[in-house]
Design a protein around this ligand. Structure first.
Ligand code: THG
Length: 821
């Protein structure tokens, strides 16, 4: 009844929240160990400044922040509140920032939290210390505020303790004992604690703890400056801890909070100061606060000057104390949550800030108890999302430091990470460079967005130029490449598409169980199918090609897919051989192979003369695969197209990739063929209505509302998620909906709010201009009753409302003549 034996390592904001949530869900055989005293353990929670700004480009992060706010508002310790709901104010002192605040207002509105854009006078009214002459405007989120982290830890410890959870202070974890690739016990300096499940919530010590089970945890503790002024005369007599909103001055990498008549000042503008987790003392040996380093005054000089400029009243005050406090940063700014890929029962909830802590505690508790998380979509948080190179210490350190530098920067959604680049290059890379490719990055792969060499194609074409923001990382060439794909033929570098090979006697049965469509078809079949979680949410959409009786190639979306296969395989292996158990192997073959998508009405004219196989419609039908030679290159050809045109994905080994490119290129040129980039690709797939997993649909959506119910075959045998789908039925409350935009300059980017009149009713997932249909396209999640074709809505875009109309989809070739011809 009490659930499995759980040991949580770390009693900071995350560990305490998890203990509370687990015990409230009925798992009470829980022990929380911490090397420090309670409730101020000496980790990051103990010195966290406590500012909770909920606004975030990630819907999940905003929702976890919102949960934290709501929970902390309901907690107190002997009457002392755990949250001071002061509101959160971000001010702009540059025109660029003012524009950025409008974008941020869009996100927070889209994610369902009330927020307001303010003029300069209103900013000063709310925060009278702000110099009216310096601010151009602000963004106010009234529910933001100050978390009292240590109090919140204490409150949650009390709740959990009352349900039987044990908290062991001053227990240093020395090792984690495993048996048969499972956790067995946590070894502390005061003896062993047996465990079925261990959850590492050790914050900045996380990498050290994870290494005890051989797990590489990609986070870096970085020092961040927090200073406190002495009394500010203008604040004299303030008897409440905080009366003004918490304040961000992102143009100068600064934030502020009240503490009676003093101010706390946080600063991200200094040089990155990374610290290796191994070099952080344990609490026992360092006294109270190994997560707090000495304040380096020189690094703060500019912050103080900027502060006196924005808040002139601080000129009458002095900096009295300060710290360089350690926090965790990750390569993509998201937390690390989930189970070790190798040691069963070892879980992590790491790189979590106070802002999201209670939400993460909730999510982890659901995940552990139910096997999935129903309150939050965790696909961006999965600890197993990383490609192997993203776990390299050099990469992690460089990216984490860069994220520190960029923490308040205005980042375009398409802006690629800077260094280290290039990392992964396809065999076509040299040719792409010769064609003047403008590269963006995908899973470390350099991927052309468009090719400068295609500039002459613009002659005679009228490609609409989008507004300023959408015109970044864009060229009119994108439009020309899209149109030429529909007119003649184009080559697309599809190498970044993750490819998994599934082989062995049980492969067909294994894949049947993991996916929603029937994939146990004839050799040569290709099937578009979904993978679901137990709750019926979409885990991924994949193509499954049967290349032999016991040999499948899966076109996947990322490392979480590989992890999902391995995780389920571990259970599958226990099945008797008769049921296919014990003989399935899953391998990521992406790096050793490559792929060109050859698509367009002339694709067959290019390919057939080069091939030793029949590529006529009779020779290889739509969604069929076969092996062939293209010139001297052995390929696997799959007839399908994410851009919605006749053609094939052509796969070969990395060794012959260049030869494949050159062979196709030479044959395509006389037909007017080109190389085309991802910009065109994205526009074409939206015209065709093809969803992109992780953007348009994800864990929180079921197949019917996402418009991919056709890929679910309830008349096949059992598969993961089937029972949940039966329970849910095909009725939907909300729907992924296609909108079109007539104003050709108003190209939106994704994550914008969608309005019905003055009410926000949903949000955009992905968008592009459709160069064939001559309209802007935006997919959006909307209530089902609003998703009827012809309905007029508005998209909130910076300070504008872009009129949009619900459209029948797909917008291009609904009868599939292009693809099946
Ligand atoms: N190619 C391959 N695998 C992939 C992708 C790909 N796996 C990941 C991702 N992309 C999957 N997404 C899609 C989306 C749509 C289609 C293929 C992959 C597609 N859909 C047809 C349709 O909806 O009309 C399929 C219809 C059918 O089931 O017959 O083609 O790009 N290899």
């Amino acid at each position: 009844m009490a659930g499995p034996r759980v040991v949580i390592i770390g009693a900071g904001v995350v560990g305490a929240a998890l203990a509370d949530e687990l015990s409230s869900a009925g798992w009470t055989d829980v022990t929380v160990v911490d090397q420090g005293p309670l409730p101020a353990t000496g980790g990051s929670s103990s010195h966290a400044p406590g500012l909770v700004f909920q606004t975030n480009p990630s819907k999940t992060m905003t929702e976890m922040a919102r949960y934290t706010v709501e929970k902390f508002c309901s907690l107190d310790v002997d009457g002392q509140p755990c949250f001071l709901q002061t509101g959160g104010l971000e001010v702009a002192t540059t025109p660029e920032r003012l524009t950025e605040l409008r974008r941020r207002h869009g996100w927070i509105t889209a994610w369902g939290i009330e927020a307001r854009l303010l003029g300069p006078d209103e900013c000063v009214e709310l925060h009278p210390l702000v110099d009216r002459g310096r601010v151009l405007g602000g963004l106010l989120v009234p529910t933001d505020g100050l978390a009292k982290a240590v109090l919140a830890v204490e409150a949650q410890i009390r709740l959990a303790t009352a349900r039987g959870v044990r908290f062991l202070a001053r227990h240093e974890v020395l090792d984690i004992r495993t048996e048969d690739e499972r956790v067995a016990a946590v070894v502390t300096d005061q003896g062993e604690i047996p465990a079925d499940i261990v959850v590492c919530c050790a914050g900045i010590w996380g990498p050290k703890v994870a290494r005890m089970v051989g797990m590489n945890l990609p986070l870096t503790p970085l020092a961040h400056q927090l200073a406190w002024t002495g009394p500010v005369p203008a604040l004299a007599g303030q008897t409440d801890e905080a009366v003004r909103p918490i304040l961000r001055h992102q143009d100068a990498d600064l934030y502020y909070r009240d503490r009676f008549d003093r101010l706390g000042i946080g600063y991200y503008g200094h040089r990155p100061m990374p610290v290796s987790a191994d070099d952080i003392a344990s609490v026992g040996s360092a006294g109270q606060m190994p997560s707090v380093l000495r304040f380096t005054e020189d690094d703060f000089a500019e912050a103080w000057a900027e502060t006196q400029a924005l808040l002139p009243a601080t000129r009458e005050a002095k900096i009295e104390e300060g710290i360089n406090g350690l926090f965790s940063f990750t390569t993509d700014g998201m937390p690390l949550m989930g189970e070790s890929p190798e040691v069963k029962g070892f879980w992590v909830a790491e790189a979590v800030w106070v802002t999201h802590s209670a939400g993460v505690g909730r999510a982890m508790a659901e995940w552990l108890v139910d096997g999935y998380c129903s309150s939050f979509d965790l696909h961006e948080c999965d600890v197993n999302r990383f490609e192997p190179h993203q776990l390299a210490p050099d990469y992690v350190l460089a990216r984490d430091c860069q994220n520190f530098v960029e923490v308040y920067d205005i980042l375009h959604p398409l802006q690629p990470a800077g260094a280290p680049r290039p990392l992964r290059t396809s065999p076509f890379h040299a040719r792409e460079q010769e064609l003047g490719a403008f590269f963006l990055e995908a899973s470390g792969w350099e991927r052309p967005q468009w090719y400068a060499a295609n500039e002459p194609l613009l002659a005679g074409r009228d490609i609409p130029v989008p507004n300023d923001w959408a015109a970044r990382y864009w060229s009119p060439i994108v439009g020309a490449e899209a149109q030429v794909t529909r007119e003649t033929v184009a080559m697309y570098d599809m190498t970044a598409l993750k490819r998994l090979e599934v082989t062995g006697r049980g492969a067909a049965a294994f894949l049947q169980y993991l996916t929603t469509a029937n994939v146990d078809k004839s050799v040569g079949s290709v099937t578009y199918t979904l993978m679901l979680a137990e709750d019926g949410g979409i885990r991924s959409d994949v193509t499954v090609a049967r290349l032999g009786r016991d040999h499948f190639q899966v076109g996947a979306n990322g490392n979480p897919d590989l992890d999902w296969f391995h995780r389920n395989l571990a259970d599958w292996r226990h099945l008797p051989a008769a049921a296919g158990g014990g003989s399935v192997v899953v391998r990521d073959v992406t790096a050793g192979t490559c792929c060109i998508g050859l698509w367009g009405p002339k694709a067959r004219d290019v390919l057939q003369p080069l091939a030793d196989q029949d590529f006529s419609n009779a020779g290889l039908k739509y969604f069929r695969a076969k092996r062939a030679h293209i010139g001297s290159v052995p390929v696997t050809a799959m007839r399908l197209s994410y851009v919605g045109e006749l053609g094939w994905e052509l796969y070969t080994g990395a060794d012959m990739g260049l030869k494949l490119w050159d062979t196709l290129w030479e044959a395509a040129r006389p037909h007017g063929g080109i190389a085309a980039g991802r910009g065109a690709f994205n526009s074409l797939r939206l015209e065709k209505g093809y969803r992109s997993f992780g953007t348009d649909m994800t864990y929180e959506h079921d197949p019917y509302e996402a418009g991919v119910g056709f890929a679910v075959k309830m008349d096949k045998g059992d598969f993961i998620g089937r029972t949940a789908l039966e329970r849910r039925g095909t009725q939907v409350r909300r729907r992924l909906t296609c909108l079109t935009i007539d104003d050709s300059r108003a190209v939106v980017m994704g994550k914008e709010p969608v309005y019905d009149g003055e009410t926000c009713v949903g949000y955009v997932t992905s968008a592009a201009y459709g160069y064939t249909i001559g309209k802007g396209i935006a997919y959006a999640w909307l209530p089902a009753e609003l998703s009827t074709p012809g309905r007029s809505l508005g998209i909130g875009y910076f300070d504008r409302r872009v009129p949009a109309v619900v459209a029948e989809e797909p917008l291009f070739d609904p009868s599939m003549q292009r693809l099946r011809g």
